[in-house]
Write a protein that binds this ligand. Structure first.
Ligand SMILES: Cc1ncc(COP(=O)(O)O)c(C=O)c1O
Length: 366
């Protein structure tokens, strides 16, 4: 017999529609990006040349920063940003959320490669608030804020708190860095431009493969002297690939295609979360999404929720998730990120699938 996870994935792969993402992450994504590319364009070479320079300028302008640098990954870009601020301030310590990407997904790169210590702000259930920064006992070179905080369903602090944290850090000489992996995705909720939000931060990282849907890649933006130094570190990290244009041209194309659709994704997330919240023993976090993403929590062991989803996938043809994460022996969750796929689902079929989920959950609880 197949284990739950495998049959869930199989059932998901056989569905006609899927609620998350833009589409399959297959080679077609790159082929489509190069559909109308000029074959005579010279490739970028070690960080120089038209494809990389033009895109960097475009991103700097969009983010309202003097300069921007393309990196192959956000992991590389952010460790470098924090290293630069630590060197500048002369303190090898930074503060961030306990569930920050750097803390839980990067194999301690910041500590192992740069010997930077960390202070964990707030608790795991909520975002960093002004009080956390005001009450910080230790001296740090930089505070990193992740907007939205992915591991808790993409929660956000209030904009007033952001402004107050920014003013406090400025007054105290603490650098403020934005992990804006999903920055584009939060603009509709804050009703701010990227440049207004980035104006609160000394340095900013954005991802090009999440809401934007590129192949991979990141932008690190800030003042000229900061980005010049980041290029040196990019070379040291082996991030200056001789040519990065496959990532850059695709990021550019999908940026143009999707950056104006963030509002639609956000509205879709709110609509879908409401449907999940009507289901038995299911709740979303946040209860009303503040971006295109949210988490769906179920009060049952992972294996039981997997079988409920498998059956919904098989009966409805609508894919909710290919996996479930366990939070304890009696609870689990999955992540939803709305993209282009959501709009394609006929509403009546979607509602039917969610009603089916509700009924299946009720049966499992009998
Ligand atoms: C919040 C956050 N920060 C940083 C990263 C790192 O990005 P990359 O995969 O480009 O290294 C991610 C990737 O998932 C992320 O979600």
């Amino acid at each position: 017999m197949k284990n739950g996870n495998h049959s869930l994935l199989e059932a998901f792969n056989n569905t006609t529609y899927q609620v998350s993402g833009h589409g399959k992450r297959n080679v077609q994504v790159l082929k489509d990006a190069f559909d109308d590319a000029d074959g005579n364009m010279n490739s970028d070479m070690y960080g120089n040349g038209k494809p990389i320079e033009e895109f960097q300028e475009k991103m700097a302008k969009y983010l309202g920063k003097p300069s921007a640098v393309f990196f192959p990954s956000g992991t590389m870009a952010q460790q470098i940003a924090l290293r630069i601020w630590c060197d500048r301030i002369g303190i090898k310590k930074v503060a961030y959320h306990p569930l920050s990407h750097l803390e839980i997904h990067e194999q301690d790169g910041l500590k192992q490669l740069h010997h930077i210590e960390t202070v964990l702000l707030a608790d795991k259930e909520r975002t960093i608030e002004l009080e956390d920064v005001l009450n910080m006992k230790e001296d740090v070179a930089c505070v990193l804020l992740e907007l939205p905080q992915r591991e808790i369903g993409g929660q956000l602090p209030t904009y007033e708190d952001l402004e107050a944290i920014s003013a406090h850090c400025r007054a105290k000489g603490i650098k403020l860095h934005l992990d804006g992996a999903r920055l584009f995705e939060i603009l509709p909720y804050y009703r701010k431009t990227a440049s207004e939000i980035c104006g609160l931060f000394d340095s900013v990282y954005v991802s090009l493969y999440k809401g934007i849907g590129g192949i991979a890649g990141a932008i690190l933006a800030g003042d000229e002297d900061f980005t010049s130094e980041s290029k040196i570190w990019k070379r040291r990290h082996g991030g200056d690939l001789i040519s990065l244009y496959p990532y850059i041209l695709s990021a550019d194309k999908y940026f143009d295609q999707r950056v104006s659709k963030m509002d639609t994704y956000y509205e879709g997330a709110k609509e879908l979360a409401e449907l999940f919240n009507e289901c038995h023993a299911i709740s979303t976090k946040p209860s009303i999404p503040v971006s295109n993403m949210f988490h769906v929590h179920a009060d049952m062991p992972k294996e039981r929720f997997e079988s409920a989803l498998t059956s919904v996938h098989e009966q409805s043809g609508i894919g909710i998730s290919p996996y479930v994460n366990s939070t304890s022996d009696t609870a689990c969750y999955l992540e939803i990120s709305i993209g282009d796929r959501y709009e394609a689902i006929p509403k009546a079929e979607l509602k039917k699938a969610l009603r089916l989920l509700d009924e299946t959950m009720k049966k499992l609880f009998r």
